[in-house]
Design a protein around this ligand. Structure first.
Ligand SMILES: *[C@@H]1O[C@H](CO)[C@@H](O)[C@H](O)[C@H]1NC(C)=O
Ligand SMILES: *[C@@H]1O[C@H](CO)[C@@H](O)[C@H](O)[C@H]1NC(C)=O
Ligand SMILES: *[C@@H]1O[C@H](CO)[C@@H](O)[C@H](O)[C@H]1NC(C)=O
Ligand SMILES: *[C@@H]1O[C@H](CO)[C@@H](O)[C@H](O)[C@H]1NC(C)=O
Length: 257
């Protein structure tokens, strides 16, 4: 046990100044600004280099000259003052680690970004596969489906509450997105999401199971049902009082006559 701790410490000591790689997620087609943080800002340097997979994207010289290389010309904008590069119209193939290095008296890595470019997720379909209902309960099976994946779930409802067998269900699709099916208030929700986008599809349980009145009457706090009951009661009291008052007034009038 302690051997591993010592090994871990040694590994940490062995790599001084190596900052952690910063993960960045970008939606396909978007631009990305890669920065050098202020504290990393090189003061005395010969050249600052941005690299991707061993290739040089761009360089900054102390005299304010910037150069963009090869396939990146036209796709990369540079900012001399901040040593930052802006990559335009990112595609999946642009995913990977981008490194800013300063070459001075010695080579030093300023910052590293692990960039993941993702396309927005596709819409998600929600189908009710089966419904079996009696006067006081209703069981249904639903399926959430995307192009490359699907997930099913069974729900059991009585007149007021529903429960999802096994709780919320989720899975990771082959394209690395996440597909989840869960119950929220009186709806079943399918949520298809990745780091840059999400889509949902939902259905109201009452539309499928009419005997399920909903959790309106049992929801936490001051329930809608209680408010309705109070308003109705007050209304009734006011009306009855009005009738009685009119009655008494008329009797009094008759007595006077
Ligand atoms: C670079 O800086 C800009 C402005 O502060 C910020 O919006 C952007 O997210 C930063 N880029 C990264 C990769 O952190
Ligand atoms: C929800 O799923 C149904 C059934 O697959 C589909 O017809 C409908 O277009 C979907 N709605 C949304 C908003 O994606
Ligand atoms: C729904 O499922 C529950 C538990 O499995 C069962 O007790 C009930 O009879 C079912 N109701 C209907 C209408 O199938
Ligand atoms: C769907 O999931 C994503 C990622 O977890 C989340 O940000 C989003 O709020 C969810 N949408 C709904 C309607 O719950």
């Amino acid at each position: 046990m302690s051997i591993f701790v010592i090994l871990g410490l040694l590994l940490c000591i062995e790599a001084p100044g190596s900052s952690a790689v910063t993960p960045v997620f970008v939606k396909k087609g978007d631009d990305l600004l890669l920065n050098v943080t202020e504290e990393d800002d090189p003061q005395r340097f010969i050249i600052v280099v941005w690299k991707f997979r061993g290739n040089t994207l761009a360089t900054f010289s102390p005299n304010g000259k910037t150069t963009v290389f090869g396939a990146y010309t036209g796709r990369v904008e540079t900012s001399v003052k901040t040593f930052s590069v802006k990559l335009n119209n990112l595609q999946e193939a642009d995913s990977g680690v981008y490194t800013a290095q300063v070459l001075g008296r010695k080579e030093q890595t300023l910052i590293e970004y692990d960039v993941t470019v993702q396309a927005p997720v596709s819409p998600v379909g929600l189908t009710v596969d089966s419904v079996s209902s009696s006067s006081d309960s209703c069981n249904l099976t639903v399926t959430c489906s995307t192009q490359d994946s699907h997930i099913s779930s069974t729900l059991t409802c009585d007149t007021q509450t529903c429960s999802q067998e096994g709780g919320e269900r989720s899975e990771v699709t082959t394209s690395g997105a996440s597909l989840r099916v869960y119950l929220e208030t009186d709806s079943i929700i399918c949520n298809h999401s990745n780091q840059v986008s999400w889509t949902k599809n939902m259905t109201n349980i009452q539309d499928v199971c009419p005997q399920h009145a909903g959790s309106e009457c049992v929801s936490a706090g001051i329930s809608v049902c209680l408010v309705k009951t109070v308003v109705f009661s007050v209304g009734l009291v006011v009306m009855v009082s009005a009738v009685i008052t009119v009655h008494i007034m008329e009797k009094l009038k008759k007595k006077k006559l």
